[in-house]
Design a protein around this ligand. Structure first.
Ligand code: GUN
Length: 290
């Protein structure tokens, strides 16, 4: 069994990007600039955004963090986004979700300029992804592809089970893995709450992608020998032994599933770190227009 180490894989991507950004700098060209928008004080969102900003700084991407109280109106937030759209120095815009209930996420995402939508959430960019046109692929599915790519895991002709059909993970990763591309050409089944024979389907899978948001949902009896298991779950559980007061656990019962796998990604230290690397890649792409 080999660990799909998000730390190692994201480090390689970050080193490559550091060099590319240095080349831009040395050539007197524009340096990528990410504007991250955080509304309110959700602890998980605070952690994610802080990590995104820190990672930008580490590799030479300029970052601006715009923080607003959750009392900000939808109209005010839309205006802030429009200002960022109009600011030629800003290459990428990220609005951390979830947003407060009184603000329509859909409206906010639709207002971000598609050329600056480094989260790949805008409907135009989702449509381009479906059609396999150049675009920003959103961070989590892109991060999974980058992890598969780093470990040269064959996907062509493989049976893939994706568990969970969210807009941000399950649906896009099922499309990406089934398209006619180097890390695609898989036969993908997208499973969800109405799937009847999940265990039987999983037992046939060469690759399982767990993105359901339920801790230890994938158990050893659902996994065939030598399968590849990619865990996208980030479930917070109370843990008084940790400084933060919580621990992160995945959607996979790692301890019992791992011995059966050829490859497995851990939580933490797997896909989560790759999503940041993917965001950095998108921000670089936004700056150099490709
Ligand atoms: N909230 C959880 N994941 C994400 C993400 O990838 N992007 C944004 N903007 N918000 C998130």
């Amino acid at each position: 069994m080999q660990i799909l180490d998000g730390k190692l894989a994201s480090k390689a991507i970050k080193e490559d990007l550091t060099n590319k950004i240095l080349e831009l700098k040395n050539a007197g060209k524009k340096i990528p600039h990410l504007a991250a928008v955080l509304v309110g004080n959700d602890p998980a969102s605070e952690t994610y955004v802080a990590s995104k900003v820190k990672n930008c700084n580490e590799i030479g991407i300029t970052s601006t963090l715009l923080r607003f109280n959750d009392s900000i109106s939808e109209q005010e937030l839309l205006q802030q986004i429009q200002q960022l759209n109009a600011n030629p120095d800003v290459d990428g815009i990220l609005v951390q979700v979830p947003l407060p209930k009184n603000i329509s996420e859909k409206k906010i995402i639709n207002t971000i300029s598609p050329e600056k939508d480094v989260d790949g959430f805008h409907p135009l960019n989702v449509g381009k992804m479906v059609l396999d046109l150049p675009t920003f692929i959103s961070a989590t599915p892109y991060g999974i592809i980058l992890l598969i790519q780093h470990y040269k895991i064959e996907t062509a002709g493989k049976q893939v089970i994706v568990i969970g059909r969210s807009n941000n993970v399950g649906t896009p990763i099922s499309i990406l893995l089934s398209r006619n591309a180097t890390y695609g050409n898989a036969t993908v089944t997208l499973c969800h709450s109405r799937t009847k024979n999940l265990k039987e389907l999983c037992l046939q899978a060469d690759i399982i992608i767990a993105a359901i948001g339920k801790q230890k949902f994938v158990t050893a009896d659902m996994v065939k020998e030598n399968a590849v298991v990619i865990d996208v779950g980030i479930n917070r559980i109370k843990d008084v032994t940790k400084k933060s007061g919580y621990a992160l656990i995945g959607d996979v019962d790692f301890e019992n599933v791992a011995p059966k796998c050829s490859y497995i990604s851990p939580v933490p230290g797997g896909v989560g770190l790759m999503t940041i690397a993917a965001l950095l890649m998108n921000t670089y792409k936004a700056c150099v227009n490709y």
